[in-house]
Design a protein around this ligand. Structure first.
Ligand code: PMP
Length: 369
């Protein structure tokens, strides 16, 4: 056996995948982390056309200029971020943006503030970069929303960065504007980097999304096409940051992947320029399912926050055997502790499954657990 590097040896494989391995094939899967919708037709056609035209070569490292121009417009309109195509990098999903951000800015001795619970990739990327994690609690009493005062308490001279994720995976929590602004101000006062993962920006209900990049210059804003346009397998995302930060990110990106997939970039261009009806329909359907699942869980006595975004709920379920028992009965869920110690006593349920299946899954839980 060849000895792996310490930084990879320390990382564990995802508990989510493990869950999928152990269950029966007929089970209803509420463990899913991607939309159960398909890529809209206009986006598919744009990609097919581009392939037929042999537009299948390397693109500029930062991405096709036209696409970066559209992304710059989007940042201005949706996020109040003034940026420039030169300060935008089209990435292999938000995942690559996250990897580039941590590789470019985190090293041994750096502390990274990390909401607990949070998305699995964050911990892995921080560790791969050699950094240390300082958890910041997202409390159920605050509907799992990260609060600026809890962040401020954890800042010290080694604090190098914070990762924000609103709307959140795994809780669906949407941060309040004043907390985002306060953390943005802190990042300027105390000189640390905000890595803001805004991948669920559009999957939000009766609430407005705010970007810290509107108020602070020390921000990498990460986003992508996986969720809003159901383009997960096409692996396409983007980021923006100021000149100095972007230059460092670009070094990692250029030497790691050269450029994002040409075909996916063509699809992404159509996604931004074309009609938004499919995306809007999907979001409306997610809201309908959210209302159903939250009501059913609360009616069963599993205390559940009516999450304002993403497609997850995070009910309080203290029975440690719940996840395997539910899987046995035919409903796959994910143990909350997969997302950090504060996830203990909770279960993540995704409603990226049909309304009917969610209903059936809730009936099964009601009857059998
Ligand atoms: N961030 C979060 C919070 C996610 O949930 C996911 C996907 N599960 C990603 C990033 C990865 O997105 P992408 O497909 O753009 O790499």
């Amino acid at each position: 056996m060849i000895k792996p590097a310490k930084r990879t040896e320390e990382i564990e494989l995802s508990l989510i995948r493990k869950m999928f391995e152990v269950t029966n094939p007929d089970a209803i899967n509420l463990g899913i982390g991607e939309p159960d919708f398909n890529v809209p037709e206009n986006i598919k056609n744009a990609m097919i056309e581009s392939i037929k035209e042999n537009d299948t070569h390397y693109t500029p490292n930062k991405g096709i200029l036209e696409l970066r121009e559209e992304i710059a417009k989007k940042f201005k309109i949706d996020n109040g971020i003034e940026t420039d195509p030169e300060n935008i990098i089209v990435t292999i999903g938000a995942s690559e943006g996250l990897y580039a951000s941590t590789q470019a800015f985190i090293e041994k001795g750096d502390e990274v503030l990390l909401p607990n619970p949070s998305f699995l990739l964050y911990e892995a990327c921080i560790k791969l970069a050699g950094g240390t994690i300082t958890p910041v609690d997202c409390k159920m009493e605050n509907e799992f929303k990260l609060k600026a005062e809890d962040v401020e308490e954890k800042i010290n001279e080694n604090t190098k960065a914070i990762i924000l994720n609103s709307p959140s995976n795994p809780t669906g929590a949407v941060m309040e504007k004043e907390d985002i602004k306060a953390i943005a101000d802190l990042s300027m006062d105390k000189n640390f980097l905000i890595i803001s993962d805004e991948i669920y920006e559009k999957i939000i209900y009766d609430k407005k999304h705010y970007s810290p990049g509107k108020w602070s210059d020390n921000v990498v804003t990460l986003n992508g096409f996986s969720k809003t346009y159901a383009m997960t397998g096409l692996r396409i995302g983007y980021l923006t940051a100021n000149d100095e930060i972007c230059e460092e990110l670009f070094k990692v990106h250029q030497n790691n992947v050269a450029c994002s997939t040409n075909t996916s970039q063509r699809g992404a261009l159509e996604a931004l320029r074309g009609p938004q009806e499919e995306a809007n329909k999907m979001i409306a359907e997610f809201k309908r399912r959210r209302d159903l699942i939250v009501k059913r869980l609360n009616d069963m006595g599993y205390e559940t926050v009516k999450a304002e975004g993403a497609f997850y709920v995070f009910p309080k379920i203290e029975d440690e055997e719940f996840v395997p028992k539910a899987a046995e009965a035919g409903v796959i869920t994910v143990p909350g502790e997969a997302f950090g110690s504060n996830g203990k006593g909770h279960v993540r349920m995704s409603y990226a499954n049909s309304y009917e299946n969610i209903k059936k899954a809730m009936d099964i839980l009601e009857e059998k657990l």
